[in-house]
Design a protein around this ligand. Structure first.
Ligand code: B1M
Length: 173
């Protein structure tokens, strides 16, 4: 309710050239520190609902949204394999096979990341995982139309909570 709007203000000020990358980095560190403080208070579930391989797309270093998705998934009872940021497409494929994941989750914040999102989805589909693994994507640069219609992923999520809901629904089917 407070932290994400604050980061949006930071983004707007950056766009207007009122602040620059160092201030954006300070804001990101403050956000991560707040999330770390909140973590022990988020109630976890012991169930093992499935394994999600999660990462930020190649070329993109933004990880706050991905980390929120990870936190909510873990506290909802999922095992999360966090590949970090700037993840090449084949790394998603290798990790999904290695950890026998049911879900691949891709986060993307930069519009320049769109071709890499598309490439990652194609790499998963063209591998022997095919459509056995479900793919969900989120992040400010993406839209439902681009993800589900153009790229052929299974789901787009506008925020972390919707991501968890959609993953649960996909695994029920
Ligand atoms: Co950057 N940055 N940044 N940045 N940054 C944006 C994204 C930008 C919109 C700012 C702006 O100009 N208004 C802009 C992108 C413009 C565009 O592409 N159209 C931008 C830019 C330009 C850049 C650089 C190119 C700046 C430069 O160097 N000149 C550079 C790129 C570096 C790179 O990645 N290669 C850069 C760098 C950085 C920092 C490193 C300084 C820092 C990131 C630090 C970090 O992440 N550890 C940073 C920050 C902090 C931002 C803003 C201010 C905040 C991003 C953020 O964390 N938001 C951002 C402006 C903004 O977003 N308003 C901006 C909060 C976070 C919770 O939201 O990640 O969208 P988000 O996640 C949401 C949903 O999208 C969703 O759930 C979350 C909420 O619940 N979601 C998923 C996300 N992933 C999901 C995955 C799912 C499901 C849901 O399933 C798998």
């Amino acid at each position: 309710g407070y932290l994400i709007p604050a980061l949006n203000t930071v983004g707007e000020k950056f766009e207007k050239r009122e602040i620059f990358v160092p201030e954006m980095m300070m804001a990101a560190k403050a956000m991560q520190a707040c999330v770390d403080l909140a973590r022990p208070f988020v109630k976890g579930e012991d169930t093992h609902l499935g394994t999600v391989v999660l990462g930020t797309v190649f070329g993109d270093l933004h990880d706050i949204g991905k980390n929120l998705v990870k936190l909510l998934l873990e506290t909802s009872g999922f095992r999360v394999i966090d590949l970090g940021e700037n993840v090449p497409s084949l790394r998603f494929v290798e990790a999904a096979k290695e950890y026998e994941a049911q879900i691949v989750g891709i986060s993307s914040l930069l519009t320049t990341g769109d071709p890499f999102v598309e490439e990652t989805i194609r790499a998963v589909r063209n591998s022997d995982l095919g459509d056995k693994v479900k793919i969900i994507c989120g992040g400010a640069a993406l839209t439902r139309n681009f993800i589900e219609e153009t790229c052929g992923a299974d789901a787009y999520a506008k925020d972390a909570a919707e991501g968890v809901r959609k993953i649960k629904r996909m695994l029920e089917k």
